[in-house]
Write a protein that binds this ligand. Sequence first.
Ligand code: PEP
Ligand code: MG
Length: 322
Amino acid sequence: EKAELQAYVERDAVTKDGFRIELAANIGTVEESASLLSQGAEAVGLYRTEFLFMGQSQMPDEETQYKAYREVAEAMKGRPVVIRTLDIGGDKELPYLDLPKEMNPFLGYRAIRLCLDRKELLHTQLRAILRAGVHGHVKIMFPMISGMEEWRQAKEIYEQVREQLSKEGIPYADSVELGIMIEIPSAALLASRFAKEVDFFSIGTNDLVQYTVAVDRMNEKVSYLYDYFHPAVIRLIKTVIDASVDAGKWTGMCGSMAGDPLAAPLLLGLGLHEWSMSASSLSKVKKVITDLNRSDCAALVEKILDMDTAAEVREALLAFQP
Ligand code: PEP
Ligand code: MG
């Protein structure tokens, strides 16, 4: 089976009826980027930069960050690398930041909230990313956006950083695409507004599910309720993809749903453009995609949108034979 899957590494991720998707990988470290092209990834759809900040006694400086981002950009040889700005807080701690203990860390001071409060963090990171972008094709993505103000503030810091780099005569990547993660229902519901201003969306189902059905993604006691096939989650995903299509933008997904072969007909039918997953899932998902017709999947989605429960959706997906 391994040899069979290996055959898919070289193939494009295109359905039988010609719908092409971009198949991308999630990474957390520079080292992981080295073998991505040979594993069939066309891009990095999510670089979780927080791991560069964790397990250290102090904040990595601009130079350290620059080197890491540059190495990933170079390893991908001009293919896109979506670099997510620091997503700390929630379950991820940074001792040197002295973060407050919170009753509800996942609803608290994390990710973009923290970075917009301690702006120097975002400033330094964006400088490093833009400088690294000279050596490849980087895109920037902001995590945990809940409303338009946060996105606009982040964009403003990005503009300041560009201006500063220009003034200093330091080379940096121009015309970098800026996107936001959709992992909070409020952002999904406002997707048509965001779509006028951002270049792309990436749906983070790991958090989106947690916030939509109010289920802690780490709590085993309620994990039976945690399900990306929940009809409400599917409606949010559809809202986001439709909004991006209407505005001529693109939508990716970097939560674990994108790497689930069972979800593939649903995501294809909904028209998801970029799929980002752990490298080990790439061939499996590509095999499924190349075996499907998008038009069949769109018909399946019509039926799924009429279902009441995640169990029904799962059953329909299991029964679906292309
Ligand atoms: C997500 O929330 O789906 C996501 C990809 O981000 P993380 O898992 O890092 O929170
Ligand atoms: Mg997340």
